[in-house]
Write a protein that binds this ligand. Sequence first.
Ligand code: AR6
Length: 180
Amino acid sequence: MEVILKDSIVRLIQGDITKIEVDAIVNAANTSLLGGGGVDGAIHKAGGKVILEECMKIRNQQGGCAVGGAVITSGGNLKCRYVIHTVGPVWNGGNYDEEEKLRKCYKNSLLLAESKGVTSIAIPNISTGIYKYPKNLACRIAIDEVANYLLKDGTIINELVFVCFDEENVEIYKNELKKF
Ligand code: AR6
């Protein structure tokens, strides 16, 4: 499925984000930046040790990554030039600024991507796995933040791919993207 948002194409794909051919992919990391399970584990496994080495350098410089923040490494053995590591919030019932933090993940990842000249980017369903953010709420936030970003004047990001791994997220995203 594809929708056009001003000068950009937004695509919805089901699959493994490590296989997508774009300038940058976004990782749903944790504050340690040392890897983990889920999409983080898949990216480090497919990308090789260069990514972990660069993450460790960033850790030494700034002590990891805050929730809602984003940092960038090269893509190692992946097809992409960059991996943008962002840290989503753990779902805690909704009264702990989870929404604001998740919004920041999308916004900061896009800002960082653009600052590096990225024109195509793939993003997973941040926080909806191990961090248990309700998928329907997370999807609305993801699409809202992306739409706000792409509809502003002068973005260089002309292709954005939402990569859903599970069927449930695919159906939720299809329904939300229909509205455009
Ligand atoms: N490609 C695309 N999406 C994937 C892939 C993949 N290869 N594998 C899983 N997903 P999660 P979180 C989906 O748990 O909830 C890690 O241990 C998955 O179905 O990866 O933000 C980190 O180190 C789900 O929809 O990330 C952190 O400790 C989405 O990716 C913690 O998990 C996010 O699920 C972060 O938890």
